[in-house]
Design a protein around this ligand. Structure first.
Ligand SMILES: [Zn+2]
Length: 99
């Protein structure tokens, strides 16, 4: 679960879902009101879950089971991703020129 870098308060699962489900990269901390951003590392980890969800597509012979599996996997991804989310005071972006 993410911890606010400004006030060191751990966000709840519900708050994380709420904050990460918006398209706005800035997430306002529900405790201190400071803007927090998901870290680049954390974003990459979330993106790495996508191939796992797409994997059942290769088992076409599963037929109707595929749809159920697909739904379950998406649900699992949504339910568990707050545990992997990390946040920071600074907005994360890929910068190839900075070490
Ligand atoms: Zn805070």
């Amino acid at each position: 679960m993410p911890t606010c870098e400004n006030c060191n308060t751990k966000w709840s699962w519900k708050q994380t879902i709420k904050k990460t489900s918006t398209l706005d990269p800035a997430m306002t901390c529900p405790y201190c009101g400071e803007k927090q951003y998901q870290t680049q590392k954390s974003k990459t980890e979330c993106a790495s879950l996508i191939p796992i969800i797409l994997l059942p597509n290769f088992f076409i012979e599963l037929g109707s089971l595929l749809l159920i599996l697909f739904t379950v996997l998406i649900l699992l991804c949504v339910l568990f991703h707050p545990f992997f989310v990390e946040i920071s005071n600074k907005e994360a972006y890929i910068n190839f020129f900075e070490k």
